[in-house]
Design a protein around this ligand. Structure first.
Ligand SMILES: C[S@@+](CC[C@H](N)C(=O)[O-])C[C@H]1O[C@@H](n2cnc3c(N)ncnc32)[C@H](O)[C@@H]1O
Length: 260
């Protein structure tokens, strides 16, 4: 098996699926759907309803369309769109879901308010977001390997911040200001897979933007040493069925506020 985001997160899927509780007639919106595994899952359950995935990446949306077509699903659609600005049909969706696709908004309150307006009155939001960087071994171990043992963990990786919704107080504030109520955060701890062996895990980690950016900043000799350390870190996490790292996430749920 090669590594991809779906196989990396496979232990999170069942938890998200249960939390979503998609019903046969539901209309489901998948935010930051990527290549659409969670959208297709929702569509299979919402047999008399639909699932609609949106993502800001045109490449991901194209792939999501191909995969849904290949499976012959006729109640799933995808759209290249930014969750912050997209003009959703207001009050249409029963459920908005996301598997790690909501941490990258520049203006989170405005983006979540836009998503909320797409929900029906009793509509729900269910999303998985990462807990703090220091609780996520996959980030700590690979970041330390690349930057070297003396580097501070306080220095975040370059690029969009996957930990922007790690703080429960911040999540509750953002969602409340966006008009959601009944906000809950459930602690989820599952290992994530970086691949069936060290070579494929190394390829996978070297494909991350944070890794390429960090390596770009090093001279060739330092980059070689960083890759050696990374390979070593991946090797120490190799078990009988591949390379695994601990991780912690929040499963966040909320509801659309009932208007008076
Ligand atoms: C970590 S990936 C998760 C993808 C997918 N949910 C999955 O689990 O396979 C985050 C996704 O969010 C998308 N994204 C980031 N900002 C977005 C925005 N403002 N609107 C829509 N999608 C966005 C990215 O393009 C990316 O596909």
């Amino acid at each position: 098996m090669s590594t991809d985001y779906d196989s990396e997160l496979r232990l999170y899927n069942e938890i998200l699926r249960r939390a979503c509780g998609v019903q046969p007639r539901d209309h489901v919106l998948d935010i930051g759907c990527g290549t659409g595994q969670t959208t297709r899952d929702a569509a299979r359950t919402a047999r008399a309803g639909s699932a609609h995935g949106i993502d800001i990446s045109a490449v991901a949306v194209e792939r999501a369309c191909e995969l849904a077509r290949a499976e012959g699903l006729n109640n799933v659609t995808f759209e290249h769109a930014d969750a912050r600005f997209h003009r959703f049909t207001q009050g249409h969706f029963d459920l908005a879901i996301s598997r790690f696709g909501t941490m990258f908004f520049d203006e989170p309150v405005a983006a979540f308010a836009n998503i909320r307006r797409a929900l029906r009155r009793s509509g729900r939001l269910v999303m998985m977001v990462w807990q703090a960087r220091e609780h996520n071994e996959w980030e700590v171990a690979t970041h330390q390997a690349i930057t070297g043992p003396e580097a501070s963990m306080a220095v975040p990786s370059a690029g969009p911040d996957p930990f922007s919704l790690a703080d429960p107080v911040t999540v509750k504030r953002i969602l409340t200001e966006a008009g959601f109520v009944g906000i809950t955060l459930t602690d989820v701890r599952e290992p994530i897979s970086y691949g069936p062996d060290v070579d494929r895990a190394l390829d996978w980690v070297c494909g991350f933007t944070s890794t390429t950016e960090a390596l770009k900043g090093l001279d060739p000799a330092a980059a070689t040493r960083a890759l050696e350390r990374l390979r070593e870190a991946l090797s120490t996490h190799m078990s009988g069925d591949g390379v695994w790292f601990d991780s912690r996430a929040w499963c966040v749920t909320a509801r659309q506020r009932e208007e008076p």
